[in-house]
Structure formats: structure tokens, C-alpha cells
Ligand binder design. Structure first.
Ligand code: AMP
Ligand code: GLY
Length: 419
């Protein structure tokens, strides 16, 4: 099969790396890809959000299958467009990708189908939002409705902070139109877990659980990022909690989307909080999480292409999905300053040495004129190692990352420790 993966981050590198292991994949392409992906797939210079360009290229080059990995093209309906052109694609259609594209939609879905989540109200008028914040008190959570690159959420410790956030979103349009509707939620407490699940519209098969580290600095301080590291599986996610999530959250969500005429085919991301009252949904995403994907796919012991095919064919319940014993840790090496201002274009050294004991997924890299690797993004690399235990996996990832260097490199020293 000739397969095209859409995207350019660590997640797409991990997907390509896993697909490369499938005997069914005879030719692998990635658009636009990055310097690391270029080592295992042919990179095609088309932007991930260029729906027409992507469909035209896939048709002209006779792709047998396209994997749409990032949220933006999913929300734009790239899967629908590929299908309309007769090209099988992995990922939810636009009407199902809305679980990520609209928080208001997701919250209403959970309310209607009794899926546990924080109590909330949706507002499109500032005055009413401010009055609700006053009435509820703090701590309280204020969220922009649309896609805001993970930055549209404020966990406010005081009423004033919450009101400022609401004003910035609705009045000052800090996130553009994404903030014209906001969601105000009860503040939940407890460890945060990610469960990625394959779904075929009807059946759902959770992957090994994982945990992201969203804040930039040690001790969960600093600004929210796309994720500074991930472990799989976290110890808090016990078999009892997993069974409860399956019954109260995963199956009901997939059934709810089907009942709404929006069958979800792809990877459904469950952001969960294990609260004192039980597991509750923080958010849904319509795709693999990154960096969680890098840790989780490292533990997959089955053919990913087979699973993608089963998701499209509706046969996921019969699919052979096995996981390796042990654990994985993905340590993100980022550009100093990320997620705010940072510089790009610095040479990266030590990769070969690191690759002797870990898989180094590239997130933001490009090739220089002499074929050297250069930094090209906020998150640069994801050093991913396995271990018999989580402690070993974490130690292996840090040891492997040791020789890697680039100017202003920043990473957290407490991945897997702070929870
Ligand atoms: P979201 O984009 O909805 O995942 O929110 C980003 C982050 O904000 C989450 O990963 C949580 O750490 C935090 N958060 C979101 N909603 C809540 C909530 N209702 N209670 C406590 N923390 C939350
Ligand atoms: N790591 C969080 C996300 O992919 O949304």
C-alpha cells in the first residue's frame, strides 16, 4: 500500500515509524514532514491545512490510504474531501472532529448522554458570563470555545482572574472568533490522565494509558505548552478505574456520537481527571495526543496499518491489538523560551549517540545546507525509551538524551516524577 501521513510533528514521526514496521506499507509519504521523518518517508511539501492541495496530490500519486493526524485539517474536513475523491482516509470526518473543534458541542454531548464531566455553562454574552462567575465563585475555569492551540483555558484562582479571562476572550478577542463563545466550568481536582482510543464508529479499543506534562517548567510551573513529556502507563490508572472509564466514558461517548449521526472513526483522545468522585472528562480531542502518541505507539506490539484498516472497515472489535509489557517515557527537548518567543536554526548534535539506546522522534527540525539537523520549532525532539518498569523507562530516556545538545535547549527534569 502507498500511504500518506499528514502532519509534521513528533506524533507524525511516531506514526510513520510504526507504519514503516508494517509489511503492508510498501511506500510511505509525509506532508509536510520534518527532517527526522525524511529519514523514513518521502516528504512532500504541502501544508497540513491545504485540503485541496493534499487531495490533489494524493489522487495524482495514487495513494491507497491517507492518515490525517493533526486537529486543524480534521476540523477543516480533509477526511471528507479525501473520501469524496475516492481515497480511503484514517481520521474522523468534520462532523465528528467537532468533539475537539467545539468545546461547547462536547460539553452538551456529555450532558445529554450523562457522561461524567465538570458542571458548566456556555455564554455568548459577556455580562451574563461575568454574573455567572460572581455567582459561582473561585476557583473556576474559563475556556474559549474553539481551537486556541491549547492556550484558550484559564484555571482561575480568584473571581477577578476569571473575569479578566472572560473579558480578554469575549471583548478583546484574544483568541479571535474562538473566544466569541466561552465555556465556564467547575474546577476539578485530581491526577490528569490521557487515554487514546481507536474507534471505528461503533467499537472502541483503548490504548495503553498515558500522562502528559503540559507546563513548561519543573513542578508543573510556567505556561501551558503542547506537552513537555509523556509516560505510559501511569500508575494511578488502575484496572478498576480503566473498567469504570470503559463503561461510563469510552463506550458511551462512541455510542453518543453514533446516535447523533456523527460516527467517530479514528483516534479519540480522552483527557481525564481522576477526581475524588471518580473519573471525569476534561476534554476530548479528535486525534492522537502529542507527545503521548510517541510513548504509546512505542509500546504497540501489533501492526498499526491493520488497526487503521479495521477502524475504516468497522471491524475493530475483532482486531488483534497487543501491547508490550513494561513502560515508555518520551522526554521533549524544546527550544529555550518555548512556548513564548524562541529562536530557530541552531545545529543539533549527539543524535547518533542518543539513538543507540532510544528512539528520537523529531518534532521541529529541518535539514541544513550540509545535511545537518537544525532546530525548527518550539518542541524539537522527543527522546523515547522503554523500560521494564516506569522508573527504568524514565531513567533510560534521560540517559539517552544526555549527549544531545543545541543552543538554549530546555527540558523538564521531572517527567514522570511530579505526580
Ligand atoms: P483543556 O484544553 O480543556 O484540556 O484544558 C487545558 C488544561 O486545563 C487541562 O489539561 C487541565 O489541566 C486544565 N483544566 C481544564 N478544565 C479543567 C477543569 N474543569 N478543572 C480543572 N482543571 C481544568
Ligand atoms: N498533549 C496534548 C495534546 O496533544 O493535546
Amino acid at each position: 500500500m502507498k500511504v500518506l501521513v499528514v502532519g509534521s510533528g513528533g506524533r507524525e514521526h511516531a506514526i510513520c515509524w510504526k507504519l514503516r514496521q508494517s509489511p503492508k506499507v510498501t511506500a510511505l509519504f509525509c506532508a509536510p514532514g520534518n527532517a527526522g521523518i525524511a529519514g523514513i518517508a518521502a516528504c512532500v511539501d504541502i501544508k497540513a491545512t491545504d485540503v485541496d492541495g493534499m487531495v490533489a496530490w494524493a489522487r495524482e500519486n495514487a495513494m491507497d490510504f491517507v492518515v490525517v493526524a493533526p486537529d486543524d485539517p480534521l476540523a477543516l474536513g480533509m477526511v471528507d474531501a479525501l473520501e469524496a475523491a475516492g481515497i480511503p482516509a484514517f481520521g474522523p470526518r468534520k462532523n465528528a472532529a467537532i468533539v475537539e473543534a467545539s468545546k461547547a458541542f462536547s460539553k452538551e454531548l456529555m450532558k445529554k448522554y450523562h457522561i461524567p464531566t465538570a458542571k458548566y455553562e456556555t455564554f455568548s454574552e459577556l455580562d451574563r458570563a461575568l454574573a455567572y462567575i460572581e455567582e459561582q465563585g473561585a476557583p473556576i475555569v474559563v475556556k474559549a470555545d474553539g481551537l486556541a492551540l491549547g492556550k484558550g483555558v484559564v484555571v482561575a484562582a480568584t473571581v477577578e482572574e476569571a473575569k479578566t479571562a472572560a473579558r480578554e476572550m469575549m471583548e478583546d478577542k484574544k483568541f479571535g472568533e474562538s473566544g466569541s463563545t466561552i465555556v465556564i466550568e467547575e474546577c476539578m481536582t485530581g491526577p490528569e490522565i490521557t487515554v487514546l482510543a481507536f474507534a471505528d464508529g461503533e467499537h472502541v479499543r483503548p490504548m495503553v494509558s498515558s500522562q502528559d506534562h503540559k507546563r513548561a517548567y519543573d513542578g508543573n510551573r510556567g505556561p501551558n505548552t503542547g506537552g513537555m513529556g509523556a509516560i505510559a502507563p501511569p500508575s494511578q490508572y488502575t484496572p478498576e478505574i480503566a473498567a469504570r472509564c470503559m463503561e461510563e466514558i469510552f463506550q458511551p461517548t462512541v455510542a453518543a456520537l453514533k446516535a447523533e449521526g456523527r460516527p467517530f472513526c479514528g483516534v479519540l483522545y480522552f483527557g481525564l481527571m481522576l477526581t475524588p468522585e471518580g473519573p471525569k472528562v476534561v476534554e476530548y480531542n479528535a486525534r492522537f495526543g502529542d507527545p503521548e502518541c510517541q510513548a504509546v505507539l512505542s509500546l504497540l506490539d501489533s501492526d498499526l496499518m491493520d488497526i487503521f484498516t479495521a477502524c475504516r472497515e468497522g471491524t475493530l472489535d475483532q482486531s488483534d491489538i497487543r501491547w508490550k509489557d513494561g513502560a515508555a517515557c518520551c522526554l521533549v527537548l524544546a527550544s529555550g523560551g518555548y512556548p513564548l518567543d524562541y529562536k530557530k536554526g541552531y545545529p543539533i548534535s549527539g543524535l547518533e549517540e542518543a539513538e543507540k539506546s532510544a528512539v528520537v522522534f523529531h518534532a521541529g527540525t529541518k535539514l541544513g545546507e550540509n545535511g545537518e539537523y537544525l532546530t525548527n520549532g518550539g518542541r524539537v525532539l522527543g527522546v523515547t525509551a522503554l523500560g521494564d518498569t516506569l522508573e527504568r523507562a524514565i531513567a533510560n530516556a534521560y540517559a539517552a538524551a544526555g549527549p544531545i545538545a543545541f543552543q538554549d535547549m530546555h527540558f523538564r527534569t521531572d517527567i514522570g516524577q511530579a505526580f
